[in-house]
Design a protein around this ligand. Structure first.
Ligand code: 13P
Length: 300
């Protein structure tokens, strides 16, 4: 059941939970997300980045994901994660995605900040195109200024509520990714989530908010943020960690078996499935735990 992102977060808004958005990069990671959702009876968002479609032939990965969607018995939205330019958004619209993110907060290098005006210009243009096709749009508004000049370190990357309000009016987006203290990837120590900021933004703009960088955020912080208005939580690194840590263990097991085989003049077995099967299972467990945490389990 392929639906739009807006439909999923709209239901989450009414039910006061969040929809998990999980990144897929290959067959096994995509399968682990679908398997977790079926097990949990959880609606979910399957997201793919533009760089992933550079790693593989876009047609192949999209065809695989569409085959999984056809078989799914829970609602799913197919989402572009961090589209940084108009052409990328158009490409994904053509692939039949039902939700796209236009991240106008940074330039295409993914590092240099765009000005507010530049962000609005690119986001509005992408939103107009996506809306013509009935596709949901997520924009991003952060506070990426020069530390020490106009903002403090503590305030860096945090979304300003008044700016978020203006951004929504200026662009027409359906969802907003906000800077509330999270970061992409794993860091030493726990991120400090600015719940006051989530509350302020949610009260002002009355629109589903998105938490990026969901990995490593304490469970209680995630739940508190959801209670204040976060309706989509992005998880990528946590899936990779479950997958790769399991891969390391399975490769070590295979190495040990090979040493034994060498010692007894037995056969060295090289079975890719013996490595990737357990990785897929571990990723599924990690994803299912997040669905429970977000309150989306049982909502399909
Ligand atoms: P993590 O890698 O920290 O889970 O963040 C994922 C994300 O926000 C993708 O947009």
């Amino acid at each position: 059941m392929l639906v739009t992102g807006k439909e999923l977060v709209g239901k989450a808004e009414k039910g006061n939970y969040a929809v998990g958005a999980f990144n897929a990069v290959n067959m096994e990671s995509a399968q682990s997300i679908f398997a977790a959702a079926e097990e949990e009876r959880a609606p979910f968002i399957l997201q793919i980045t533009a760089t992933t479609l550079k790693y593989t032939n876009p047609k192949e990965l999209v065809a695989l994901v569409k085959a999984l969607i056809e078989r799914a018995s829970v609602p799913v939205a197919l989402h572009l994660d961090h589209g940084r330019d108009y052409a990328t958004v158009l490409k994904f619209l053509r692939f039949g995605f039902t939700s796209v993110m236009i991240d106008g907060s940074l330039q295409t290098d993914g590092k240099t900040a765009r000005t507010y005006e530049e962000n609005v210009e690119i986001t509005r243009k992408a939103t107009e195109a996506a809306h013509l096709l009935g596709v949901t749009v997520e924009g991003e508004i952060g506070r990426l200024g020069q530390i020490g000049v106009d903002i403090t370190e503590e305030d860096a990357a945090l979304t300003l509520p008044e700016e978020a309000e203006k951004f929504v009016k200026d662009t027409g987006v359906d969802l907003v990714a906000v800077g509330i203290g999270t970061h992409h990837g794993l860091f030493k120590g726990k991120p400090i989530i600015r719940h006051d900021r989530v509350k302020e933004i949610a009260e002002r703009i009355k629109m589903p908010l998105v938490m990026h960088g969901g990995t490593g955020v304490a469970d209680e912080d995630v739940q508190k943020a959801i209670s204040l208005g976060i309706r989509k939580v992005n998880i990528d690194t946590e899936i990779r960690v479950a997958f790769i840590e399991t891969m390391k263990k399975e490769i070590k097991k295979m190495d040990d078996a090979h040493r034994q085989a060498d010692a007894s003049e037995g056969i060295r077995k090289y079975d890719i499935r013996k490595i990737l099967g357990p990785c897929r299972e571990a990723a599924k467990e990690a994803i299912a735990a997040k669905m429970k945490l977000f309150g989306s389990s049982g909502k399909a």
